[in-house]
Design a binder for this molecule. Structure first.
Ligand SMILES: Cc1cc2nc3c(=O)[nH]c(=O)nc-3n(C[C@H](O)[C@H](O)[C@H](O)COP(=O)(O)OP(=O)(O)OC[C@H]3O[C@@H](n4cnc5c(N)ncnc54)[C@H](O)[C@@H]3O)c2cc1C
Length: 370
């Protein structure tokens, strides 16, 4: 049967989460994915489940989603590891920003605490001497995103969703889609194609923000928390054409994942060696021990960035029965579960747990009210 309650285009972490949530509500779901499930930006991600406090809307969606992630905290497939996040202050000036950050996170229900230099080195003895302290968010975690996407799709399929694997949507129709083999599926459509969004919905601008990561061989115990510089948000949320920031993650395997870079206006996937040098210089400056370790792999991915940094979540204005959940930039793993809930609540007409207005796509479509 080709009639569905929801046709989801793209099985990254966002489409996968939406498929799971919709199927759990009893909707008849079709999911279309030309490549591997979770093989887009999702496969390239660090998988850090983190709340950034500099945009209230992003914080609200992240905090909501972090609560939903707790469902999977014991799930082996998620490779969920509650390592906590440690934001590192290089000097007293950076440390001064911490109380305000703690207060903003607390308002969103996230517990964080200020730590002094002695506490910092007790938690992470391999950090370079001379740092001032920082902020610890003990409840945050990391997951393995492509595996989680696969798990969510499997859950949806067990509830009757149909995965059209190896198929691509080539056109949005009036109340449906056409696949690349000519098959037509009919029903409301949800576009979750990440950085490829403009191919199907050109009225919603998204541009790639390239990132690259390095992973080491296994060295258990070298770091214990996801470590970030306190100025990380300047890179993550700034407009600089190219930026790097200290961001290091202990994988449950004992491997160390080293990030991260951000580059606009680059859509090819090749590794940039000069940028790699900058990233590693940053990482070595905080963690000199990394110089001794063997890196085994480097890869890149394209974050889907909207002009205002917030994802598009909701109904697409001017189109019949077309919804969108895309443009999550560097937080799409964290926010996938909350996004899925907002979409399903919107479809069912249920009251959402958080205000969906800041993510409404009509803010981006010319001539529409925000
Ligand atoms: C280097 C890097 C590090 C990151 N680290 C983190 C992190 O630590 N924490 C975090 O929360 N986020 C992180 N992110 C961001 C996160 O990866 C993304 O926000 C998220 O994966 C976006 O998911 P998505 O499902 O929207 O897109 P994608 O994963 O790209 O999925 C989109 C899917 O749509 C499919 N598709 C495209 N066109 C069509 C079509 N016409 N028909 C059918 N299917 C189609 C694609 O094949 C793809 O599988 C990182 C990203 C990068 C690049």
């Amino acid at each position: 049967m080709n009639t569905h309650d929801l046709i989801i285009v793209g099985a990254g972490i966002v489409g996968a989460a939406c498929a799971e949530a919709a199927a759990a509500e009893g909707l008849r779901v079709a999911l279309v994915e030309p490549g591997p499930v979770g093989g887009g930006a999702t496969a390239a991600a660090m998988g850090h489940l983190v709340a950034m406090d500099d945009d209230p809307a992003e914080l609200a969606l992240s905090a909501y989603s972090l609560g939903l992630w707790e469902r999977y905290a014991q799930l082996k497939d998620a490779e969920f590891s509650r390592c906590g996040t440690l934001w590192v202050a290089r000097n007293a000036r950076e440390l001064e920003a911490v109380p305000a950050k703690i207060a903003r996170l607390a308002q969103a229900g996230i517990v964080a605490g200020r730590i002094d230099a002695a506490q910092l080195y007790a938690l992470e003895p391999n950090l370079v001497p001379g740092l001032a302290g920082g902020m610890r968010v003990p409840g945050e975690a990391v997951v393995y995103p492509p595996r989680m996407a696969r798990y969510l799709v499997d859950q949806a399929c067990q509830r009757g969703a149909r995965l059209h694997a190896g198929r691509r949507v080539v056109a949005l129709l009036d109340h449906g889609v056409r696949l690349d083999d000519g098959e037509v599926l009919s029903g409301p459509v949800l576009v979750t194609t990440g950085v490829d969004l403009p191919q199907l919905l050109p009225e919603l601008p998204v541009r790639p923000r390239k990132g690259q990561l390095v992973i080491t061989d296994r060295y258990p115990g070298v770091v214990h928390h996801q470590l970030l510089a306190l100025d990380y948000a300047d890179s993550a949320h700034g407009d600089a054409e190219t930026s790097v920031a200290f961001n290091v993650q202990p994988r449950p395997t004992g491997q160390i994942l080293i990030g991260s870079s951000r580059q606009f206006n680059v859509s090819h996937r090749e590794v940039s060696l000069p940028l790699l040098r900058q990233m590693l210089d940053q990482a070595f400056a905080f963690l000199p021990v990394l110089r001794e370790l063997h890196a085994i792999r480097i890869w890149t991915g394209l974050r889907p960035a909207t002009p205002d940094g917030r994802p598009y979540v909701g109904q697409v204005p001017g189109r019949r029965d077309v919804w969108v959940a895309a443009g999550h930039e560097g937080l799409g793993v964290t926010t996938a579960l909350g996004t899925a809930r907002l979409i399903v609540d919107g479809l069912l007409g249920s009251t959402p747990a958080i205000d969906p207005t800041p993510y409404r796509p009509d803010r981006a479509v010319t001539g529409m009210a925000a």
